[in-house]
Design a protein around this ligand. Structure first.
Ligand code: ZN
Length: 388
């Protein structure tokens, strides 16, 4: 249970939506169907802070989460995502003249982003991530040092010019502690920069992004609540904007010169949040009806994208557990099984031969629509794409 807002510590929150039973680790795939079906699940109670507009899961229990080497959030097998990461690294190095600087990343995964920063000119990088596997290619990069553990206070001397966290703050019980840690890692004589990237909670509110709701995420930042968090952590926001087709928020910030405390105005966000519960109910019902209709006329159904959105979809839409084909392009996911619903994850090529008639494809991310359509055309699979 989280009794007070993770951003501003206010106890006042408005109920937004409930999900009954979702896998507690969406990004941990299983080696066989039986264990996948038995994956731990828990409920979510999404609320909005009445003081700063922060969205969070008030029923979050950190005790049931354990990130390990099975945890796989690699998205860089998609060319679109890779080029987005590449452009972000290049922009940061160029905008803030990070050539010959030291960069640090909390929750660096397999070091892909740090490596890009170095390729574009940063001198050295340090990363922390408990899911880091030392068998990856970056292990041989002499400019990079990655530690397979959590980043915590006192683990690095304050030497970074740029401290980053991408898709980490939303996992933390105290994102304020996380951002303060990043700030403390900055060299007093250096650039003093922080880059933070999180899923865009405003997108979830405005676009009914129900599939973005996953147990691992305690928090869903609105631009307002992220800005407020930065202010509380002693940072001045240089730039905060929707990125990656508005699905993420990217924030450039620097060490603040003066302490400030301005409570944001949030009435409009509270109104949007009050509609989200109904939107979620309608979306779930609509997809359940579509699946029933396709089944009734004998259509094969595939879900494309076994990331967190796909896992949430399969687990909260009635009837989605019987979708036959769950496709992904990431080789690390092939032959592994979806938590909660137990489908095997297959590469696109496996659709050939296993699909007899026209295929209905549920595409979990509109950003990849063209990539998916091209792949299906190459394989000669007669398919209709449906965006969630
Ligand atoms: Zn708050």
């Amino acid at each position: 249970m989280i009794a007070t807002c993770p951003v501003c510590a206010s106890p006042d929150a408005m109920d937004v939506a409930r999900l009954e039973a979702i896998p507690v680790l969406c990004n941990s795939l299983w080696p066989d169907r039986q264990s996948a079906l038995k994956a731990d699940r828990a409920g979510m109670r999404l609320v909005m802070c009445a003081n700063c507009s922060h969205l969070f899961n008030a029923d979050f229990d950190p005790g049931i989460l354990a990130y390990d080497g099975r945890y796989d959030t690699t998205l860089t097998h998609s060319a679109i995502f890779s080029s987005y990461v590449e452009e972000t690294a290049m922009r940061l190095v160029r905008s803030y003249d990070l050539v010959n600087c030291h960069v640090l990343e909390m929750g660096c995964g397999q070091g892909y982003f740090l490596e890009r920063l170095i390729n574009h000119g940063a001198a050295t990088g340090t990363g922390f991530d408990p899911s880091y596997r030392a068998d990856t290619s970056v292990a041989d990069n002499p400019s990079l040092k990655i530690h397979s553990r959590y980043f915590s206070a006192g683990q690095s001397s304050p030497t970074a010019d740029l401290a980053c966290s991408r898709h980490v703050l939303e996992h933390l019980e105290s994102p304020l502690d996380g951002l303060e840690l990043l700030r403390a890692s900055l060299s007093p004589s250096g650039r003093g920069l922080v880059y933070a990237e999180v899923p865009n909670g405003l997108w979830t509110l405005e676009m009914g992004g129900v599939w973005d709701l996953i147990y691992e995420h305690v928090s869903y930042f609105t631009p307002t609540s992220l800005q407020y968090l930065a202010q509380r952590a002693g940072l001045d926001v240089i730039k905060l904007e929707p990125v990656f087709g508005s699905q993420f928020l990217g924030m450039d910030a620097r060490i603040a010169e003066d302490a400030r405390s301005e409570t944001p105005s949030i009435d409009e966000l509270l109104n949007k949040a009050s509609d989200l519960g109904e939107t979620i109910t309608d979306l779930r019902r609509g997809w359940a009806e579509r699946i029933v209709k396709w089944r009734s006329v004998g259509r094969d159904i595939a879900l494309w994208g076994a990331g967190s959105k796909g896992v949430t979809f399969l687990n909260i839409v009635d009837g989605a557990d019987i979708i036959e084909h769950v496709v992904d392009i990431s080789p690390t996911k092939f032959g592994r099984y979806v938590p909660g619903t137990g489908q095997e994850i297959i590469p696109p090529s496996r659709l050939v031969g296993s699909v007899t008639g026209p295929l209905e494809v549920i595409c979990m991310n509109p950003n990849y629509q063209k990539e998916i359509a091209a792949e299906l055309a190459d394989l000669g699979v007669d398919a209709t794409l449906h965006l969630v």
